[in-house]
Design a protein around this ligand. Structure first.
Ligand code: NA7
Length: 543
């Protein structure tokens, strides 16, 4: 398609596919588009690849999906050439992996670094997207694919006085390139989600003092990371086809076994032994390999929570601190469960303390520290581990304008409307794999399904002489309604509904129908010759 002219306008300077974001999804999108023979360019705001694994370089930033199930499955050579050192590798190794991939497949020359998209407008008469970046440049493309991620826009709460603080302040998602020196520093960390609880034990021994400001405790359980032995590495490499097949069809996108027992199959004593096994199992197996009825029977879930609470009481020596660390308002997986290494143990160190913000709220940030209802404390460094504008944050900030100049952020002001979490009506030739309404499980796996869906549609359009792809509003309405009316484990108060962002519509941002359903619908879409899409020539679409 590249460079062809059409009646409505010239496409001579337009690429076929413009991808935004060089994270795990964007790199795969770039690779697939190039392999299918499309001309393709990728724009990335950072100076390197990796997305989350470029920006989140805070101490102990780490996968909690098994590394080899997070990495790409499109190349057996890549699988065999890359060595993961641990079950759950840390940020530096993850970033190296993404660099290895782009160089291995010669993708870097398609990537422009250090440019942030500020606007993207669809020209209906030409069927072309014009994309502007903060360096003043203009880019033109037939198809625009925003692979901008669900956890890429950091959120820092409006706490009075933040600008007057004289020390260092960092958000976990915008960590500086040069390592932060914590030695002998008085450090505050605000937020105890997955990021905050990774940092606490990582810096506790370096700092003079560490004060953790916690609003809502989560059900943290051990990550149980371990180095991969040479034998394990060899086994993983030798088993590529089977692992790929399992991951490509796994409901959660993990390599975990499916649960095999109901809680009622076991006595109370046997359940305790089983929970002990779960406690000692890696990462998300506590959810994916728990009892069959774990997510449907609140009683067994509560029993597991009581088991975890006992563990916390057994680890943390100060009973009052232990009690503050035990969640009171949700059962396991009511919110995204974090995984930890030495987190609870850190509270036994004399220099680590916990402030429960619901009892002792922050009043303001001062020049020298943080003032709560109990008074001021002085700090050299404040870490904001306060999360992200999940799901729609990045897309709503891209300045996307579809038909008749419709602004995406306006169209989505009451929550996203999507078809299969890949596209939205009124925004022709615009796709966002790995965005809202797609996820439920191991991120790269379902985002990969969506990239494949987008590429399938592009190839179908090319093969049949179509230039414009737009989802039928009825198909979009049906999927959006399905997503919004499907209950999920996660509470409406979690960031999966946008509740952490003041003023944001509280709407489902995940795909609670699950990955198998998404895969089925994607397969049906292709089998039905993309009948959920209105496919046309530019002149027809403009008319
Ligand atoms: P999360 O999981 O959204 O955690 C953010 C934390 O920040 C959480 O403990 C919040 O408490 C806390 N927070 C947010 N706003 C405030 C204010 N105003 N005051 C005090 N504390 C606040 O983000 P993470 O970066 O830890 O993890 C993001 C994802 O990365 C994670 O799920 C994985 O997918 C990897 P709250 O719970 O809202 O009371």
């Amino acid at each position: 398609m590249s460079g062809s002219a059409n009646a409505a306008g010239t496409t001579a300077d337009a690429v076929d596919v413009l991808v935004v974001g060089a994270g795990v999804t964007g790199i795969y999108q770039l690779y697939r588009a190039r392999e299918e023979g499309f001309s393709v360019q990728l724009l990335e705001a950072g100076d390197g690849v990796g997305g989350t694994w470029y920006w989140n370089r805070y101490p102990e930033a780490r996968f909690d999906s098994e590394s080899y199930t997070y990495g790409y499955l499109f190349s057996k050579e890549l699988w065999e050439e890359w060595e993961w050192s641990e079950r759950f590798t840390g940020q530096p190794e993850n970033e190296r992996y993404f660099n290895f991939v782009v160089d291995r497949f010669d993708l870097r020359r398609h990537i422009r670094f250090g440019v942030r998209v500020t606007a993207a407008e669809f020209d209906e008469s030409a069927g072309i997207w014009t994309v502007r970046t903060d360096d003043g440049a203009e880019h033109r493309a037939r198809f625009l694919v925003a692979a901008t991620g669900v956890l890429s826009v950091p959120f820092i709460p409006e706490v009075p006085g933040r600008e007057v603080f004289g020390g260092e302040q960092h958000h976990t998602g915008r960590w500086p390139q040069t390592p932060v020196d914590f030695t002998g520093k008085r450090v505050a960390i605000i937020g105890t989600g997955s990021s905050g609880v990774q940092i606490v034990p990582a810096i506790a021994d370096q700092v003079a003092s560490l004060t953790v400001y916690q609003r809502t405790p989560d059900w943290c359980t051990p990550l149980n990371n371990a180095p991969l032995t040479p034998q394990e590495r060899a086994e993983i490499k030798a088993d590529f086809e089977r692992i790929r097949e399992t991951l490509n069809t796994s409901p959660s996108g993990f390599l975990h076994a499916l649960p095999s027992r109901f809680s009622t199959d076991d006595t109370a004593e046997q359940r305790q032994a089983f929970f002990e096994k779960m406690w000692n199992s890696p990462g998300f197996t506590k959810l994916t390999e728990n009892y069959i009825d774990f997510t449907t029977n609140p009683e067994v879930n509560k029993e597991f929570c009581e088991f975890i609470a006992d563990k916390i009481r057994g680890i943390v020596t100060d009973p009052a601190t232990a009690d503050k660390l035990i969640p009171k308002d949700h059962i396991y997986a009511g919110r995204r469960p974090p995984f930890v290494t030495g987190y609870f143990e850190a509270y036994n160190k004399p220099n680590v303390s916990l402030v429960a913000l619901r009892e002792t709220p922050i009043v303001r940030i001062t020049e020298t520290g943080i003032e709560t209802a109990e008074g001021p404390r002085e700090f050299d460094i404040i870490i904001w581990a306060t999360g992200y504008d999940f799901g729609t944050g990045a897309l709503n900030r891209l300045g996307v304008r579809g038909r008749n100049g419709l602004a995406l952020e306006e169209y989505w002001s009451e929550g996203p409307n999507t078809y299969l979490g890949v596209t939205t009506a009124g925004f022709p030739n615009f796709f966002f794999p790995g965005g809202p309404h797609g996820a439920l499980g191991n991120n790269p796996r379902y985002a990969g399904d969506q990239v494949d869906c987008v590429i399938g549609a592009l190839v179908h359009a090319r093969d049949n002489g179509y230039e414009v792809i737009e989802v039928d509003p009825a198909a979009e309405a049906e999927w959006t309604e399905t997503v919004n009316s499907s209950g999920s484990l996660f509470l409406e108060s979690s960031y999966f509904y946008g509740s952490n962002i003041p003023g944001k519509a509280v709407k489902q941002l995940l795909n609670p129908t699950g990955r198998p359903n998404l895969q089925r619908l994607i397969a049906e879409l292709a089998a039905n010759e993309y009948s959920a899409f209105i496919l046309s020539k530019v002149e027809e679409a403009a008319a």
